[in-house]
Design a protein around this ligand. Structure first.
Ligand code: HEC
Length: 174
């Protein structure tokens, strides 16, 4: 084999390598898979769907007192559709998966006697904590973040204005 022969072989090998690289880049451009913001799979069942809490947590919400000045109980009542699978809202309404929510605002945490609350929520009640507007805002934004160990399987409401509307509705229930 002379050096000309060797050059041809080296050339062929290089050529193949270049074509492979080129195809790879093209495929990358054409197929370019969209990467999800949060890696992982969406599991069926479990949490009731709600606005993406992670995205909301990244931006600071205006203070709840400010949001309450423009909150609307009517909009909140419509938003409460997401809660009705587990809660009733009327005076003397039944407990479901979750407790009845009549008069919950400014009342003690775990406000329904005889409902099977989580140990986490019973502890807060024992400390004398109440469901003020700010507490409800924190809980509804991220139930498991606000109250680790809660049995409320709800992802939370990412939108700050929607939480204020809901709290305005809850406040009207008395
Ligand atoms: C999948 C069922 C489920 C959904 C949906 C749900 N909840 Fe709950 N909720 C519960 C359970 C269960 C508890 C009791 C939590 C505990 O004991 O830790 C609870 C507790 C609460 C409490 C505290 C009550 C108390 O007496 O201390 C409030 C307030 C509340 N939920 C509001 C809401 C609102 C508002 C929504 C809708 C945005 C909602 N929940 C959606 C199941 C649910």
């Amino acid at each position: 084999m002379d050096s000309f022969e060797l050059n041809k072989i080296a050339g062929a090998v290089l050529g193949v390598a270049l074509v492979t690289m080129g195809l790879n880049m093209m495929a990358g451009i054409v197929v370019n898979p969209a990467k999800p913001v949060v890696p992982g799979y969406e599991l069926p069942g479990g949490e009731v769907a709600a606005a993406p809490a992670a995205a909301a947590a990244a931006t600071a919400d205006p203070p709840i007192a400010e949001r309450m000045t423009v909150a609307d109980a009517g909009r909140g009542e419509r938003g409460a559709a997401a809660c009705r699978a587990c809660h009733s809202f009327d005076n003397g309404g039944p407990n479901r998966v979750g407790p009845n929510l009549w008069k919950v605002v400014d009342g003690p945490k775990a406000h329904i006697d005889g409902f099977g609350y989580s140990a986490a929520l019973r502890e807060r009640k024992a400390k004398g904590e109440k469901w003020g507007v700010a507490e409800l805002d924190g809980f509804l934004k991220n139930p498991k973040g606000y109250l680790p160990g809660t049995s409320m399987s709800f992802a939370g409401i990412g939108r700050a204005d929607q939480r204020a509307d809901l709290i305005a509705y809850l406040t009207s229930l008395k």
